[in-house]
Structure formats: C-alpha cells, structure tokens
Design a protein around this ligand. Structure first.
Ligand SMILES: [Zn+2]
Length: 113
C-alpha cells in the first residue's frame, strides 16, 4: 500500500495516508517522483545552512510538498572531527523547474534569542 500524494509506502492494514488524508493505493509507490532525477534537469541550490534543525525543517517542507531534492554536505565528517569550529554546511538542491515552488516553501527559521 502506498500514498499517491507523497509516495510513502505503508504496511498492510493502513487504508489512508496519515499525512495527506487520501486513500492508499495497492502495490509499490510509483517511481515518477524519483525518476525526475534520472533526467538531465539542471539542479539549483535553494537552501544552504549549517544548522541541522534548519535543514530538517526545509527537508520536511519539501517532502510535504512532494518536491524531490538532493542534500549535499560541503564538509566531511572527518574535517568536522579535526576542527570542531568548522560546521558542516548543508545544501539542498532541487530540479530547476521546482526552484520557485521550493523557495516559496523554505523560510529561514527565526534567529535564536
Ligand atoms: Zn501521503
């Protein structure tokens, strides 16, 4: 069983997606949402952060909207271990035809304090 909206697969016994409130369909998720990355669409960076919480927030917004995305880590864990002052820098990229929609979804979290 899977949700036709968000393409999440559910175990047997579920009849409705808890997120989208739509009836589940039998079988496996359609590959369409993923296959967009099999094309030669240009990817654009829509979000950059060194804050894992902000990253999770942005990813959640994109996932809710069903927008496929890539996340890149600029600095490896190895470097992070050598110099704790160096933060990882995350980048979220989406296909260029999703850029406007993605940017509209991702709003920077409020400044701490
Ligand atoms: Zn769903």
């Amino acid at each position: 069983m899977y949700c036709p909206e968000c393409q999440i697969e559910f175990r047997d016994g579920f009849t409705e997606c808890s997120d989208c409130k739509v009836p589940l369909l039998p079988g496996k998720p359609q590959p369409s949402a993923v296959s967009e990355f099999d094309t030669n669409l240009d990817l654009v960076v829509v979000f950059e952060t060194d804050d894992p919480i902000a990253l999770a927030f942005a990813k959640g917004a994109l996932e809710d909207a069903g927008i496929p995305f890539f996340v890149f880590n600029e600095i490896s864990t190895l470097v992070n271990d050598i110099d704790p002052m160096l933060h990882k820098w995350f980048r979220i990229q989406v296909a260029c035809d999703r850029e406007a929609a993605a940017r509209g979804l991702i709003t920077p979290p409020p400044e701490p304090g």
